[in-house]
Write a protein that binds this ligand. Structure first.
Ligand code: ADP
Ligand code: MG
Length: 252
């Protein structure tokens, strides 16, 4: 099991996870016995070539997809053992998501998008926490705007604020800067980093960018559905060096 240092509390854990899609000629083994811990209050990157299983691992960890074999936990809850209703509740109350394509509702304002998951859950945002999140992501003067009136970077800030607002046990971000220029990407990465440092948020982020990975505490490398290595306190240079030792990781 990689990732376990001393006895730190674990926000999410995959234990010998296998994921097989399709059957016969269409059969694809996306994950081959992946075990990894994601410690609470840390920012972790998952890196690996296209098709190495990064999104599949994240979807299995988040309860968006089922595992074929093995177990997944969020905190003390075994996700793989939950029924549909409990799974829906877990995804709603304990997990946050940020996607490459933002996934905002076009007819709602920024503020309405941010509040939507809490509205659906019948919860009210804590006013002090609302202010903290809005100021962290720098959206104070954009709250009344619709997504189409915002830049890509601002839209991703809205998506991050939406994920942060429910104070989930863990936020999963799949290539959150993949559609942003480097300046907008740096803004998003900075406040993700800040939410980990200052609010103790746990974040797991898929990226293929060594600079994006350098904002995190640790990188887990996947290759062909298996964990191929890990790196603590990454710098862009250290990440590149690992990629060059294992060229199959390079493709992003
Ligand atoms: P990554 O995010 O690292 O690019 P994915 O996790 O998306 O990789 O995919 C891993 C493998 O599983 C790939 O071979 C992909 O084609 C396959 N795969 C992913 N999702 C599905 C699916 N819903 N049905 C069939 N195959 C899938
Ligand atoms: Mg992917």
């Amino acid at each position: 099991m990689i990732g376990t240092r001393a006895l730190e509390p674990v926000a999410a854990r995959a234990d010998q996870v296998w994921k097989v899609y399709g059957e016969d000629e269409a059969r694809v083994v996306a994950l081959r016995g992946v075990s990894a811990d994601f410690v609470r209050g840390r920012f972790t990157a998952i890196m690996g070539p296209s098709g190495s299983g990064k999104s599949t691992l994240m979807h299995c960890l988040a309860g968006l997809d089922t595992v074929t074999r093995g177990t997944v936990r969020i905190g003390d809850t075994e996700v793989s053992g939950l029924g549909d209703r409990a799974l829906t509740r877990l995804r709603r109350d304990r997990v946050g998501f940020v996607f490459q394509q933002f996934n905002l509702l076009p007819t709602l304002s920024a503020a309405e998008n941010i509040r939507l998951p809490l509205d659906i859950a019948g919860r009210k945002p804590d006013p002090a926490w609302w202010d903290t999140v809005i100021d962290t992501v720098g959206l104070r003067d954009r709250l009344g705007h619709r997504p189409a009136q915002l830049s890509g970077g601002q839209q991703q800030r809205v998506a991050c604020a939406r994920a942060l607002m429910g104070r989930p046990d863990v936020i999963f971000a799949d290539e959150p800067t993949g559609n942003l220029d480097s300046h907008a990407g740096a803004g998003v990465l900075s406040f993700l980093r800040q939410s980990v440092r200052e609010q103790g948020q746990t974040i797991v982020m898929v990226t293929h960018d060594p600079v994006a990975a350098s904002y995190t505490d640790r990188v887990v490398f996947l290759a062909d559905g298996e964990v191929s290595g890990e790196l603590y306190d990454p710098t862009p240079e250290k990440v590149l060096a690992v990629m060059q030792r294992a060229p199959q990781v390079l493709a992003g």
